[in-house]
Write a protein that binds this ligand. Structure first.
Ligand SMILES: [Fe+2]
Length: 240
């Protein structure tokens, strides 16, 4: 079976379309969460994803958009308003986690620890982050959420952060996806039409200056100083 793994589409339709064009044929699509926030194309991305009959895991942004929680900021609220009740209901049906075959866990991220999972995280912190979610037979954990490429094997399991489709902060502006086939996981990055996403972002009425400029800078460069600083502090904290 050839499984296409996607994570963190984040309402970026050109990026989503590019990975679908590059991925070729597949037997199963597993989406690891975050479909419709942080980008200009929430409804289009929801409709396209749904048309592919995927297995879907609930991301934190999916919960923000479609869940009962009302603490939404201007971006979250605008994204929610672009979606129909049927689209929101479909997002609300996503699973919190799912075991695929051979002890492979699909999950969006680990929320029960007070730190993020970024490159260089020590093995014991990685295990601790997911410990509450792991069955004894877990061999592999596939996740998204952190928007970095992470592949780490510990005594407990192999952990793989699926490269983000549409929201990048690792200095690589290309759209990411992964293929799982015959027990082998392969990661890919492909270019997409960033300028189309940028021009549509410029038209988003919910974004005011200077936030919009900073957001577009993030799209074009796949990093932003404030995020880099936050992530660098997180990575430094691993040694504390
Ligand atoms: Fe995300």
């Amino acid at each position: 079976m050839r499984t296409l793994l996607l994570a963190d589409i984040h309402a970026n339709l050109p990026a989503f379309q590019s990975v679908l064009a590059a991925a070729g044929t597949w037997d199963r699509l597993v989406f690891l969460g975050d479909i419709a926030n942080f980008g200009p194309h929430p409804a289009e991305c929801v409709d396209l994803l749904r048309s592919l009959d995927p297995v879907c895991i609930m991301g934190n942004h999916d919960y923000l958009i479609a869940g009962a929680w009302g603490k939404r900021n201007f971006f979250d609220q605008w994204s929610r308003e672009q979606l129909s009740d049927a689209q929101l209901g479909w997002i609300g049906s996503f699973s919190d986690l799912l075991y695929l075959e051979d002890g492979i866990l699909a999950i969006h991220g680990a929320y029960d620890v007070p730190y993020d999972i970024l490159p260089g995280i020590p093995a014991d912190m990685l295990d601790a982050a997911f410990r509450g979610q792991l069955r004894p037979d877990t061999k592999t954990v596939l996740f998204g959420h952190y928007h970095y490429g992470i592949d780490c094997e510990t005594a407990t399991a192999a952990y793989h952060c699926i490269r983000p489709v549409g929201h990048h902060r690792d200095r690589d502006t290309r759209a990411g996806y992964s293929i799982l086939e015959n027990g082998t996981l392969s990661h890919y990055r492909v270019p997409y039409d960033i300028e189309k996403t940028v021009s549509d972002t410029e038209k988003m009425p919910c974004l005011s200056e200077p936030f919009k400029s900073e957001w577009i800078s993030l799209l074009k460069n796949a990093f932003h100083d404030s995020l880099l600083q936050k992530d660098a502090e997180t990575i430094r904290s691993y040694g504390a």
